[in-house]
Design a protein around this ligand. Structure first.
Ligand code: PLP
Length: 412
């Protein structure tokens, strides 16, 4: 008797979630010891210093004020046009790089990443991203019949590893005619790293060289954490470098409302495309609309309207930015506490610049996390190290964590 009903290509699909085990252990510890004694560094959402899920009051006020039609009516397949304009404006903070722009509404940033891989990667080809990376990239690539290859994010001095990036691009483009590269910056998950202006120059020099040899390059920038990375214009300055690129370099941005609007569960994002060629943006519009129809048909209308309402009203936008900045500073302060203490105790933490997470390399991440359980600290064991969520650990509990990680590394 058959015990599997799945099609051949789906039968081995299993979602391995490193976070699940860690958060289950954390819940059990809370039951046994009480919340005040437990440090939960596993959650990928901002918790306030009282341990409650944080939200932005302007987002709540405007969302609750919407008419019922905005919650229940269908939206256009590509998204509400005013939402797409707002998402583009917010992505570039009004300073659009030169070129043609297009956008499609997606179910969160995840939907934007999926749409890009679906539409721009040949079956059987490899996508390139760094070796420290958000595991969902791999799930998306595998599901869509391609694979993921990693370059080393850091060199031995913890700077962006230009050599590894360039040699990975060179080697993939020996066998592929096109390449999609995913870079999660600024405020990368899981390290908190942001590419510098010089890093970007290296990346662009490398891909321009291949574009001159007729290769197609798709540069997909995952900006999920951009509003937790620093000042609005500074964090977006790199985007000007994408003006007037050759037409066989397509720049794509995965925009997400999950973090910057504390709207995780409402599943609203966009894939934004920039090209020096109008036909390529027209093609983007057609193929992304087709992909949307086949995956989610259309997305959350209320969430799209919310973004538009906030962005189009100067007073609402000002209060929204103020409240979001307060959350950014809260998370940054926690990350800075950890990094300061890491430096003081010689813990080799990776170079955190901002964002929800920071990471410490480890030979046996699971053993280090298990050892941290003795101190009632719960972190996520990744393949190459331990991830600590600055977004979820209250400031008071962050003091002392670096030293305990250091101890756990020494005696796993
Ligand atoms: N990119 C990265 C690196 C993330 O960590 C996340 C969320 O955890 C996302 C994108 C997008 O999230 P969402 O699909 O909720 O917008």
């Amino acid at each position: 008797m058959a015990t599997q009903m799945a099609a051949k290509h789906a039968v081995s699909r299993r979602l391995k979630d490193a976070i699940f085990g860690a958060s289950a252990a954390c819940r059990a510890a809370v039951e046994e010891h009480g919340e005040e004694h437990v440090t939960n560094a596993t959650i990928g959402a901002i918790m306030d210093d009282e341990g409650k899920l944080a939200h932005i009051p302007t987002v709540e006020r405007v969302f609750r004020s919407l008419p019922i039609e905005d919650y229940i009516a269908y939206a256009p397949i590509s998204g509400l046009p005013a939402y797409l304009d707002a998402a583009i404006d917010i992505t570039f903070a009004g300073n659009h790089p030169a070129g043609y722009l297009g956008a499609v509404a997606t179910a969160g940033g995840t939907g934007a990443l999926r749409t890009a891989v679906d539409n721009y990667v040949e079956k059987g080809d490899r996508v390139l991203t760094s070796d420290w990376f958000w595991g969902t990239y791999n799930v998306i690539c595998e599901e869509l019949g391609c694979g993921l290859t990693n370059f080393k994010l850091f060199d031995e001095r913890n700077n962006f590893n230009h050599e590894s990036f360039a040699s990975s691009v060179d080697s993939l483009l020996k066998t592929q005619d096109s390449l999609l590269i995913i870079l999660n910056t600024p405020a990368h998950n899981p390290t908190g790293y942001s590419l510098s202006s010089a890093d970007w120059d290296h990346v662009l020099d490398c891909i321009k060289k291949h574009a001159a040899n007729e290769k197609k390059v798709h540069l997909l920038i995952d900006i999920a954490y951009i509003d937790f990375a620093g000042e609005k214009f500074e964090t977006r300055a790199f985007m000007q470098k994408f003006s007037n690129l050759p037409k066989n370099i397509l720049t794509l941005f995965a925009f997400s409302m999950s973090k910057a609007y504390t709207f995780y569960g409402q599943r609203c994002g966009a894939l934004i495309a920039l090209s020096s060629c109008k036909e390529i943006i027209d093609e983007f519009g057609e193929i992304s609309k087709y992909a949307a129809r086949a995956t989610w048909s259309n997305i959350n209308r209320g969430a799209m309207t919310l973004l538009t309402r906030i962005q189009q009203d100067a007073a609402s936008y000002a209060s929204y930015e103020k409240e979001r900045d307060a959350l950014y500073h809260l998370v940054q302060e926690r990350g800075d506490i950890f990094m300061k203490e890491a430096a003081a105790c010689d813990l080799p933490a990776l170079p955190y610049k901002g964002g929800f997470f920071l990471a410490v390399p480890a030979a046996d991440p699971q053993a280090v996390c298990d050892r941290l359980h003795d101190d009632l600290i719960f972190a996520v064991p990744l393949k190459m190290g331990v991830r600590i969520a600055a977004c979820s650990v209250p400031r008071a509990k962050m003091y002392g964590v670096a030293e305990k990680v250091k101890r756990a590394l020494k005696n796993p």
